[in-house]
Design a protein around this ligand. Structure first.
Ligand SMILES: *Cc1c(COP(=O)(O)O)cnc(C)c1O
Length: 480
């Protein structure tokens, strides 16, 4: 069994084994004609259930053959130009290379003595990101597992900075279309059930600052403590960007922590054309960025950044075995002092390789392309009488629904759209997402693949219309 340990004596097996895996994936990519096969849970479950984990195959090729059957054949492929559903990007090759290196060396970024250069690389990328945002000379941050953890950590810092033991009095203000991880964080942080105040949005799905001002005023009048405003720099559904400068002004006025959730919109930090859309982010106290959404990085790759490094102390705990207090005096950089995690992947290496090979402009160029594609898609939808489209995109999502010419019952229109999404998924021809707008069912394209064309968008819209019409036709038959 020792032959399976990666070390100086097994280099050849390592090379062969990983190369074989890479060859399989490369072959798969070359022959995948659809983003999905449409496999059902019922069809796939028995294949996985049928495998006895206590009966190993003792052979890499056999295990890869089996993997083809239980995973690769029916996986959902984000690289396919007709995968248009969630915030998943196709990944860039330098990052995948970084992934291969980081898991082989297996550094753990909690302490200097488990990572050395890894810690310094991560810190440099954090400084780079802070500089892109414009957070100033005292800024700092740390890589996290994703936007959910970044938001949680930012709100932990905000809670501590609010300097009250009375958690029930704390209030967080976030727009009604902000990410659900804000509410989840409030719960994890021990705040009360009414802690998150939902601020209404305007027609473009951006937080109404007049309403925010009113809520802040009311909160203070009621003797409650405004803990944080979460402005979203690219909402998950609409890509809408809250008016950051106005919100920052209100936060200054009321002395409230400003967190900007740019999990999605962070791609603008590298943009060559649209950087100004996220102006105001530099006034945040903390920022969430998901490189695994708009920097074309493999999952996971995310960070939380703060204006004042000192605030990260709220996540600092010392353990004799790991990061004793004296190491701080010795100026030994232990990233665990800033992190909610202990053992932690060297995800930063993926971004490092990306920046060293392609450069930030390379990423920005790709992100600009998908923003331009969304603008084209919006023009298509707005000109097409079969569809109702919600907002003109600031980033790269499109929310719309099919509206049949001769049906007026909104519930029936809902059902037709739900059916179209399901039927499309089952066909595997394309994958799209769904959401609700004002209580009604809508469909969503999240465009993160520069290989997707307007012709793809037009073709998928035709498929959607076809499925919806099929449903309505069948529904008429059922009624008669
Ligand atoms: C995706 C998203 C999150 C959550 O990030 P994960 O990486 O999925 O944990 C938070 N906020 C916004 C606005 C998002 O789009």
């Amino acid at each position: 069994m020792r032959s399976h340990l990666l070390n100086d004596t097994t280099a050849e097996q390592y090379r062969r084994s990983v190369t074989e895996g890479v060859e399989r994936v490369a072959a798969k990519l070359a022959t995948t004609g659809r983003p999905f096969t449409g496999v059902t849970v019922d069809a796939l479950s028995p294949r996985i259930d049928g495998i006895d984990l206590d009966e190993p195959l003792h052979d890499t090729t056999a295990a890869l053959d089996e993997l083809e059957d239980v995973y690769l054949r029916d996986a959902v492929y984000f690289h396919h130009p007709r995968y248009l559903a969630h915030l998943n990007c196709p990944v860039v090759i330098p990052a995948v290379l970084g992934e291969a290196v980081l898991s082989a060396v297996n550094s753990s970024l909690d302490t200097w003595d488990q990572s050395a250069g890894g810690t310094l690389i991560e810190r440099k990328l954090i400084d780079w990101t802070c500089a892109r945002i414009g957070l100033g000379p005292a800024a700092d941050g740390v890589f996290t597992s994703g936007g959910t953890q970044s938001n949680l950590q930012a709100l932990l810092l905000a809670r501590e900075e609010a300097k009250t033991e009375d958690f029930g009095s704390l209030r967080i203000f976030a727009s009604e279309v902000s990410h659900f991880s804000v509410k989840k964080s409030a719960k994890l942080l021990g705040l009360g059930p009414d802690a998150v105040v939902s601020v209404p949005v305007d027609r473009d799905k951006r937080m109404q600052t007049v309403a925010l001002a009113r809520e802040l005023e009311r909160c203070t009048k009621d003797g409650l403590v405004p803990m944080a405003v979460v402005a979203t720099g690219g909402t998950t559904d609409f890509g809408s960007i809250d008016p950051l400068p106005e919100i920052a002004g209100l936060c200054e006025q009321y002395g409230v922590w400003l967190h900007v959730d740019a999990a999605y919109g962070c791609g603008l930090l590298a943009s060559l054309k649209y950087r100004d859309r996220i102006t105001g982010i530099e006034r945040a106290d903390s920022v969430t960025v998901d490189y695994h959404k708009s920097f074309f990085q493999p999952v996971s790759s995310s960070a939380v950044l703060v204006r004042d490094a000192a605030t990260l102390r709220h996540a600092t705990y010392h353990a004799e075995y790991l990061n004793p207090r004296r190491m701080v005096q010795e100026r030994i950089p232990n990233q665990v002092d800033k992190s909610l995690q202990t053992t932690r992947r060297f995800d930063a290496l993926k971004l490092w390789m990306t920046l060293r090979v392609m450069g930030a402009d390379g990423i920005g160029e790709l992100f600009d392309e998908v923003c331009d594609l969304a603008a084209e898609g919006w023009r298509l939808l707005a000109a097409d009488p079969r569809f109702d489209v919600v907002v003109q995109p600031s980033l790269s999502t499109l929310v719309f629904r099919y509206i049949p010419a001769d049906v007026t019952d909104p519930a029936e229109i809902d059902r037709a759209n739900l059916y179209a999404r399901k039927a499309l998924f089952a066909s595997g021809d394309a994958v799209v997402a769904g959401t609700k707008v004002a209580g009604r069912h809508y469909l969503k394209f999240t465009l993160l693949n520069p290989e997707t064309t307007t012709a793809d968008i037009a073709a998928v819209l035709d498929l959607i219309a076809g499925h919806a019409e099929q449903y309505l036709g069948d529904s008429l038959d059922r009624a008669s």
